[in-house]
Design a binder for this molecule. Structure first.
Ligand code: FES
Ligand code: MG
Length: 583
């Protein structure tokens, strides 16, 4: 057990019997807090991303109430506070633009306030990395409580998955297989309860990552949002946060290099989202752990995907929980020697392995045995070559196996608007072997690196029954999406990356086995084309630059995808030393 801290941070606010102590206590008392609660007990913050504009987190006030019960029960003093809420479904141009903003909010709120430990209420995609990044930069005791996934979506008697159903139904609509009425009828049934996307999209992936990293109690990732056991877990997490404050169990004792290696292995086993590559790098950067793109190859390669969830497989998060949830996956990996660091410490003070060694499995269709996986090697592929000198990623479990080795001619879109204008053009020179290439959708170019990388196929090919094509961009894609999609090309086009030089008709080679992405032109030709392009600073959309405000800060400071898209000035841990008095 780690050494207990000598003195709680909050004592520097509420401890002294002087003018400052008076002021800190007096104003808090206007909330009806009695004298005896200022007796030095741990003050536990509940960092809440509740918002009605983040539907996935709209039930968080109820979750916070249960966390409070746990904190009070364990002898702590709960204080709930709001932070910027990144809602994936409503925020434009993309919730990724404000992930770093939210992380700054979290960091400054924690450090500047009388907080000894913090419970991070996370749900919708970006809320998990944003809160972990902010808390990691402070390095205080922190525990993640996820809001939980929605119940299975329902349409005409069958299950449909969040996001994934939208992509599928939209393709059916464009192919003329269903009508607009049928398409729109799916809206209500797809999102029919509180919670996050019920597929293995980014929210579920990041919830699994938080659990695999050891930052949450077991089962946090999968319990449905409306299942009473979600609220039990919230209460237990609140109680545990009080103990963590007393023990001094700070995030840096949990978020070690070993923890990240466990998470990378788990991502392959669950068929997790490509977004995890960016978010884990950003979290690691905040706590001071070195993580490289090649770690995804070194640690992930050869790991079977055993969780059969959409978009890669058949089921949804409800079945995942009923089948045993992440503990069952961790046990299977551990028993096969595939958990790199079973002894990694978790928030409950036990090792990851101690938490799962007896975890039951109830359904081998949902959580498959290792000898009958969904995919033999489900690890996210890192692709390098003259088109992506600083890397690109592809998720093979969501791709078409026959396209993982492919050579085709580029059909180029200069940006997302150009793609939208051109993709429906019946005279577009494109066939199933073409490679769709989109530029200027990266961190600086969009700005915010929107989830537009899974470009819909040309309608004329959809009508021919074509279901997948190789697509390449500097964008991200939703974790709920699928296809043979190369993402996160770095450097991005707007930062002068070679992607900017691709022209219609160029030959491109994708070799996922070899980890290669190659533009088939000579080095001299590539250099000449890049030299003829505008300087990278000029390539950033002028309108985005001129807008000023936060977007300007973002464009000027965002790092590339291989570096986690954090701001250059936010990388690192700045600790939680108590700032000087405010008065
Ligand atoms: Fe919020 Fe998917 S949109 S979790
Ligand atoms: Mg998503």
């Amino acid at each position: 057990m780690p050494d207990a801290p000598k003195k709680l941070r909050s004592a520097q606010w509420f401890g002294p019997a002087d003018k400052n102590g008076f002021m800190y206590r007096s104003w808090m008392k206007n909330q009806g807090i009695p004298d005896h609660e200022f007796d030095g007990r741990p003050i536990v913050g509940i960092c809440n991303t509740w918002s009605e504009l983040t539907p996935c987190n709209a039930h968080f006030r109820k979750i916070a109430e249960h966390v409070k019960r746990g904190i009070s029960e364990a002898g702590g003093f709960p204080v709930e506070f709001p932070v910027f809420s990144n809602g994936e479904s409503n925020l434009r141009p993309t919730a990724m633009l404000t992930r770093n903003l939210a992380s700054m909010d979290v960091e400054e709120a924690i450090r500047g306030n009388p907080i000894d430990a913090v419970v991070l209420l996370t749900g919708c995609d970006k809320t998990t990395p944003a809160l972990l990044m902010g808390a990691a930069s402070c390095d205080i005791p922190a525990i993640v409580v996820t809001g939980g996934p929605m119940l299975n979506g329902k349409l005409e008697g069958r299950d449909i998955g969040s996001g994934t159903a939208v992509w599928q139904l939209h393709e059916s609509l464009k192919a003329g297989e269903i009508g607009l009425h049928q398409f729109l009828a799916a809206e209500g049934g797809m999102s029919r309860s509180a919670g996050t996307c019920n597929t293995m999209g980014t929210a579920s992936t990041m919830a699994c990552m938080a659990e695999a990293l050891g930052t949450s109690l077991p089962h946090n990732a999968a319990i449905p949002a409306v299942d009473a056991r979600r609220y039990v877990l919230a209460q237990m997490s609140g109680a545990r946060a009080v103990a963590m404050a007393r023990e001094g169990l700070t995030l840096s004792k949990i978020l070690t290099r070993e923890a990240f290696e466990n998470a990378i292995r788990v991502n392959a086993a669950i068929g997790g989202s490509t977004n995890a590559v960016i978010h884990l790098k950003a979290i690691a950067g905040r706590i001071g752990v070195e993580l490289e793109l090649e770690d995804w190859t070194r640690i992930g390669r050869g790991t079977p995907t055993i969780v059969d969830l959409m978009p890669s497989g058949r089921f949804l998060m409800e079945e995942f929980y009923y089948a045993g949830g992440l503990p069952a996956v961790l046990r299977r990996l551990g028993e096969a020697g595939l958990l790199p660091h079973p002894d990694a410490l978790t928030v409950n003070g036990h090792s990851l392995w101690d938490n799962v060694r007896e975890a039951p499995s109830y359904n081998d269709e949902v959580i498959r045995p290792l000898d009958r996986p969904l995919m033999d090697d489900g690890s996210i592929r890192i692709l390098r070559g003259n088109l992506s000198p600083r890397g690109a990623v592809l998720k093979p479990s969501a791709a078409t196996p026959e396209l993982l080795q492919h050579r085709g001619r580029a059909v180029v879109f200069e940006d997302f608007d150009h793609y939208k204008q051109r993709i429906g053009d019946e005279s577009l020179e494109v066939d199933a072997s073409s490679v769709l290439v989109m530029k200027n959708c990266g961190p600086r170019g969009y700005p915010g690196m929107a989830e537009v990388g899974n470009m819909g196929l040309p309608p004329k090919l959809l009508r021919q029954g074509i279901k997948d094509m190789v697509r390449i961009s500097d964008a991200r894609m939703s974790g709920t999406a699928y296809g043979t999609v190369v993402l996160h090309v770095a450097p991005e086009a707007a930062a002068g990356g070679p992607l900017a030089a691709v022209r219609d008709g160029d030959w491109i080679e994708l070799d996922c086995e070899a980890g290669r992405l190659h533009l088939d032109i000579s080095d001299e030709e590539l250099a000449a084309r890049l030299a003829a392009l505008a300087a990278p600073a000029e390539a950033v959309p002028a309108a985005a630059k001129a807008r000023g405000g936060y977007q300007r800060l973002y464009i000027d400071h965002v790092l590339q995808a291989d570096e986690g898209c954090d701001f250059d000035f936010l990388v690192g841990c700045r600790g939680a030393e108590v700032p000087r008095h405010s008065h």
